[in-house]
Unconditional design. Structure first.
Length: 80
């Protein structure tokens, strides 16, 4: 949100100064930022948690498959 075009436009219209731009608290406090409702935030968090769980499970499966591969290669080439 803070890198959005709308926010950047609001900041640019609120800064003061010549060579250097300053965004004083009084001007910054007037900039409104859209925040999702608590319900929507909880839904987003649940979605992210679900994706993190999927990634964790996929990584565990990758580790198991790598161990299985290592075992198969040791059977093929027992001297190594």
């Amino acid at each position: 949100m803070l890198s959005s075009y709308i926010f950047n436009q609001a900041v640019e219209s609120s800064v003061e100064g010549g060579i250097r731009s300053y965004l004083f608290y009084e001007n910054f406090s007037r900039i409104s930022i859209a925040i999702p409702s608590l319900y929507e935030q909880k839904r987003i968090a649940l979605c992210i948690t679900s994706i993190e769980d999927m990634i964790k499970n996929a990584n565990e499966q990758i580790n198991l498959l790598e161990k299985h591969k290592k075992g198969l290669l040791q059977q093929l080439f027992p001297n190594n």
